[in-house]
Every structure is written in structure tokens, then in C-alpha cells.
Design a binder for this molecule. Structure first.
Ligand code: DX5
Ligand code: ZN
Length: 219
């Protein structure tokens, strides 16, 4: 299993994203939390910011859309050059059509599940998706506590994607004390905000998290 560590710039300095990205050269991608103050009770940034980050970032962008009407907005993030665009199942009217538009615009298509959302309907159409994001907190804010009970869903998704190149992402409360639990349940893409950008040396934090997820460091 390839472990991917994707730091969330939600926990970085909002006045200096380019500098924050320069501090995490060993990251696999930069996780960009787009929030619209409707789907979640928080507001971050939108397409112009992601377009600009795509120009300046040496790392791929992993866009997590926490917005209403992703059917309308998601393809634009793919056109901006994001590697993966993930939208919320709860917000999409036509999730399969939206995933297809993301792919058509050249990005990998991801679907995100809030803690209360079941995976089954999306696993039945698994060939439409390149990534399933199992939220391990309620979306909206960094620094929340990891919901261990979501590991049942992670394991269910892992069983369903067997033999396919579908990444299983976890997001929320991932840090040194939780990443191994998520990896053992079957996750292979780990978003970490405060655990990376709250560290004195963010790149060293990534190395430590990667070793824990891969099982090459004592947990
Ligand atoms: C929460 C966001 C997360 C957030 C994670 O809604 O989707 O990506 O940045 O932050 P931590 O790792 O601090 O829980
Ligand atoms: Zn996120």
C-alpha cells in the first residue's frame, strides 16, 4: 500500500500559502479546503485562490469542496489544474454526472462522506470515482477530535475497492496518535492540518506520520 500524506493548508498562515507549501516538500499533495459558509458553517477560499495555488505550487493540489451545488462548481477546480477534486455526496444532486465532468476536465474525481453518510450507494458505482473521502470529523474546522468509529466505514470501503485503483482518504483529527488506526482500517491517503502545520518542522512531521502509517515506526 502506498501511503500518501496531504497536509491541509486550512491550518497554515492564510497570508502566506506559497511559503507554507514550500515548507512541506515531502508532501504528496496539498489539501485545499474550500468552504462556502452554507454547506459548512465556515468560509475559506474559492476558485481564484486554487487557480493561483496551482500556478505556484510544486506539489499537486487535492481540492476538498465543502460547498453547496458542487455539480456546478467542481469542474472549474479540475480545469484549474487540481490533481483530485472531491465533492460531498450530501451536496451533490447528480454525483455520477459530476464525477464524470471532473474526470473529463482532467482531474481525479473524489466523493466525500460526512460521518452520518453511508458509503453503500457510492460503492455501488465505484467505477465512477478515483477517491473516497471518509470524514473522520464533521467537516468545517481543523483541530477536531478523530472519530474512531468511522473505521468501520473505512474498512467497508477498503473491501469494496479491492483490486481497483481507488484511493481511500481520511480527513480530520489525523496525527501521530491516530494515523496508524486509520491505516490499519484501510485508508491510504491521510490529510493532516494541525498535526503538520502546528509542528515546528512541518516536513519532519510528515516524515513521522508517513512512517507511522506505513508501520515502519513504533506506534
Ligand atoms: C475539516 C477539513 C480538514 C481539516 C483537518 O473540515 O476538511 O481538512 O483541515 O484539520 P485537522 O487535521 O487539524 O483535523
Ligand atoms: Zn479537508
Amino acid at each position: 500500500m502506498v501511503v500518501r500524506i496531504e497536509p491541509s493548508i486550512l491550518s497554515a498562515d492564510f497570508s502566506a500559502f506559497a511559503a507554507a507549501i514550500a515548507r512541506i516538500p515531502s508532501a504528496d499533495a496539498v489539501h485545499c479546503d474550500v468552504m462556502d459558509n452554507h454547506f459548512v458553517p465556515n468560509l475559506t477560499f474559492g476558485l481564484p485562490m486554487v487557480q493561483r495555488l496551482a500556478q505556484v505550487s510544486a506539489l499537486p493540489l487535492d481540492v476538498h469542496l465543502m460547498i453547496d451545488d458542487p455539480d456546478r462548481w467542481a469542474p472549474g477546480y479540475a480545469e484549474a489544474g487540481a490533481q483530485t477534486v472531491t465533492f460531498h455526496a450530501e451536496a451533490a444532486r447528480e454525483p455520477i454526472a459530476t464525477a464524470r465532468s471532473i474526470r473529463q476536465a482532467g482531474a481525479r474525481a473524489g466523493i466525500a462522506l460526512k460521518p452520518g453518510t453511508g458509503a453503500a450507494p457510492y460503492l455501488a458505482a465505484i467505477e465512477e470515482f478515483d477517491q473516497i473521502l471518509v470524514m473522520t470529523v464533521e467537516p468545517g474546522f481543523g483541530g477536531q477530535q478523530f472519530m474512531r468509529e468511522m473505521m468501520v466505514k473505512v474498512a467497508e470501503v477498503r473491501r469494496a475497492v479491492a483490486g481497483r485503483d481507488v484511493w481511500i482518504q481520511v480527513d480530520g483529527g489525523i496525527g501521530e496518535s491516530t494515523i496508524r488506526i486509520a491505516a490499519e482500517a484501510g485508508a491510504d491517503v491521510f490529510v493532516a492540518g494541525s498535526a503538520v502545520f502546528g509542528a515546528d518542522d512541518p516536513d519532519a512531521a510528515i516524515t513521522a506520520l508517513r512512517a507511522l502509517a506505513a508501520g515502519t515506526a513504533p506506534s
